[in-house]
Ligand binder design. Structure first.
Ligand code: NAP
Length: 297
C-alpha cells in the first residue's frame, strides 16, 4: 500500500523576515492552503509584528515564540500536523532552538512539530544538541521565488524525520515546483550556493544587460520588459525542451553570428571560472555559518 502523506494543519514561522514572507505569500496565494492550515508568524520587534499583521490579516502574529496559541494541542495531535519553520538568520538559531526546547519536550512524540530550518551551515547534529532528543528535524533550502509559487527547494531530513519529510515536501511543492530530497547533508550547503543564491545571480545578469542596453539608448523599461521575459522564456525552454542546455545555447549561437561573438567574448574572459569561483565563495561562507554559538557562551 502507498504511504499516505501526512497533511499538516498548522504552520508556524519563527522570524517573519524576507524568506518567511516569500513562503507565506506563496502559500496564501494558493487557494488550497489558505483554508487548510492555520498560520502563525513571530517577529522580534513589535513594529515588525504590526507590519506582518497588516500584510497577513488571516495569520496569527506575535512577538512571543512561546505564545500558547502556537503551542495549543488543538488539531496537532496527529503525526506531522505541525510544521515549525525556523526562519531567523543562522546566528539567532541556537537561542531560538534552546528557547523552544522546553515546550517541545512537553509534547508527545507524534504531536511534536517537525522543525524545519533554512540556514546554510547549521547541521542536524547542532540542532539535535539544542532541541530535545528525537525531535524530527528537516533542513531546507528554498529560494525567494516561492513568493510567486516558482521556488526551488532542497530538503534533508534527520533520521528522526523520515516519516515527516513528505509532509514538509507536500507544503513546499505548492510554492516550489522543484523540491529535491537530498541523500547527504553536505549537499544542502551546495544547494544553498546554487539555487538559494541563484535568483541573485540571475538578477545581477539582468541588471548588467539592462545597463548595457541603456548605454545604447534603449530605455530601461523596454530593456527590462524584454530581458525579464527572455529569462522566463529561457527557463521554460530549459525545463521543457528535453534537450541538453548547451544544445539550447548553440541553437541561439549561429556560427559566426552576433550571439556567438558575445559568448566567445565571455568564454575568453573565463566566465565559467568566474561563476565557479563565485559559487565556491558562497559555499565556503555557507559552511562557515556552522560557527554559531549561544549568545551567552
Ligand atoms: N533571503 C534569501 O533569499 C534566503 C535564501 C535561502 C536561505 N535563506 C536563509 O533563511 C534565513 C532567513 O533569511 P532572511 O533573508 O529571511 O533573513 P531576515 O530577513 O533577516 O529575517 C530574519 C527574521 O528573523 C527574525 N528574528 C530574529 N530573531 C528572532 C527571534 N528570536 N524570534 C523571532 N524572530 C526573530 C527577525 O525579526 P525582526 O526583524 O523583528 O528582528 C527577522 O525578521 C537565513 O538563515 C538565511 O540564510 C535566505
Amino acid at each position: 500500500m502507498e504511504p499516505t502523506t501526512l497533511i499538516p494543519s498548522r504552520l508556524t514561522f519563527i522570524g517573519g523576515g524576507h524568506l518567511a514572507q516569500a513562503l507565506i505569500s506563496g502559500i496564501y496565494s494558493t487557494s488550497a492552503w489558505k483554508d487548510r492550515c492555520s498560520i502563525s508568524i513571530t517577529a522580534r520587534r513589535s513594529a515588525h509584528a504590526n507590519a506582518l499583521k497588516e500584510q497577513y490579516p488571516s495569520a496569527f502574529v506575535t512577538t512571543d515564540n512561546l505564545d500558547p496559541a502556537i503551542w495549543s494541542r488543538e488539531n496537532t495531535q496527529h503525526l506531522g500536523a505541525h510544521i515549525l519553520f525556523i526562519c531567523t538568520r543562522p546566528a539567532d538559531v541556537p537561542d531560538v532552538a534552546l528557547q523552544l526546547a522546553p515546550v517541545i519536550k512537553t509534547l508527545d512524540a507524534d504531536a511534536r512539530p517537525t522543525v524545519v530550518t533554512m540556514c546554510p551551515g547549521i547541521s542536524v547534529k547542532q540542532l539535535q544538541s539544542w532541541l530535545p532528543k528525537d525531535t524530527p528535524i528537516v533542513r531546507s533550502m528554498p529560494n525567494t521565488p516561492v513568493a510567486c509559487c516558482q521556488g526551488a527547494t532542497g530538503l534533508f531530513p534527520s533520521s528522526d524525520a523520515h516519516k515527516r519529510v513528505e509532509s514538509v515536501a507536500f507544503v513546499l511543492r505548492e510554492v516550489s515546483p522543484a523540491v529535491c530530497i537530498l541523500s547527504e547533508e553536505s549537499q544542502l550547503d551546495v544547494v544553498a550556493a546554487i539555487s538559494g543564491s541563484a535568483p541573485a545571480h540571475f538578477y545581477y545578469l539582468i541588471e548588467s544587460i539592462i545597463s548595457a542596453a541603456a548605454s545604447h539608448n534603449l530605455s530601461p523599461e523596454i530593456a527590462q520588459s524584454l530581458v525579464v521575459q527572455s529569462c522566463i522564456g529561457a527557463g521554460f525552454l530549459a525545463r521543457d525542451a528535453g534537450k541538453p542546455i548547451h544544445r539550447l545555447r548553440e541553437e541561439v549561437c549561429v556560427p559566426g553570428g552576433s550571439t556567438e561573438k558575445a559568448i566567445s567574448h565571455m568564454a575568453r574572459h573565463q566566465f565559467p571560472d568566474t561563476v565557479a569561483t563565485a559559487i565556491e565563495k558562497s559555499l565556503q561562507a555557507n559552511r562557515e555559518m556552522q560557527n554559531v554559538s549561544r549568545r551567552d557562551d
